[in-house]
Design a protein around this ligand. Structure first.
Ligand code: ZN
Length: 225
């Protein structure tokens, strides 16, 4: 039976928690080089302690999504949001069933119905290799309960669940929260999803798509959007 969805305007800034492995400061050459990169770069990526952009490794190996405590309807929403990211890149391959024949694969756990503080819709936890700035698996995403009941785009096509999943999955690719006003209405990574929704952003924007393709896609893909 279809439940009627209510539209709520609630303040849900989405925070990320990441724990990063520290390394000694004796890698001074790398640190200087990385600082230069940081000055020239922008703020869309997480930086590690060497100020390098953190990223998921480029590989055709599948990334297994393990979902816990999602209803069928919720899991459809989650998969739709993830497939949007998947389709933008030849270098990302998300799967949902364990392939016993394959070698050990990368895993992202997504747990639903997790108790989180009122203003937080989801969190992403991972570690990173400080030398390569590669995000390490497994990654754990925790989602607050009931987000599917909130409609989160003006045309009612996206739920808050899909918005939060998209935002948190972007963190697993190294994209950071954007907290300055200039990103409001420009990116799903703006930290306050309520404000984003008011500015028409409930999923990947053209800017987000370009960002994903520029790191994880083929160069010719960029010319097609
Ligand atoms: Zn975030």
């Amino acid at each position: 039976m279809l439940k009627s969805r209510k539209i709520y305007r609630i303040l849900i800034p989405i925070f990320v928690m990441s724990s990063i492995i520290g390394i000694p400061l004796s890698f001074s050459y790398m640190a200087v080089k990385a600082s230069q990169v940081n000055r020239e770069g922008d703020t869309r990526f997480f930086k590690n302690s060497l100020f390098m952009d953190m990223h998921s490794s480029i590989s055709s190996d599948p990334i297994l999504i393990k979902m816990k405590d999602f209803t069928y309807e919720e899991s459809i929403e989650v998969k739709k949001a993830i497939s949007q990211i998947d389709e933008l890149s030849d270098n990302l391959n998300y799967i949902y069933e364990n392939d016993s024949k394959g070698k050990p694969i990368r895993v992202i756990y997504i747990n639903n119905n997790v108790e989180l503080p009122n203003t937080i819709g989801g969190t992403t936890k991972y570690k990173a290799d400080d030398l390569s700035a590669e995000i390490l698996y497994p990654i754990e995403i925790n989602i607050r309960e009931g987000l599917i009941n909130y409609v989160y785009s003006e045309d009612h096509s996206k739920t808050l669940l899909a918005s939060v999943i998209t935002h948190e999955m972007m963190h697993t690719l190294g994209f950071s929260d954007l907290k300055t006003e200039k990103w409001l209405g420009q990116s799903i990574m703006y930290y306050n999803l309520s404000d984003s929704s008011d500015h028409g952003v409930a999923g990947l924007t053209e800017q987000d798509k370009k960002d994903i393709i520029s790191v994880y896609g083929e160069s010719e893909d960029l010319e097609n959007i």
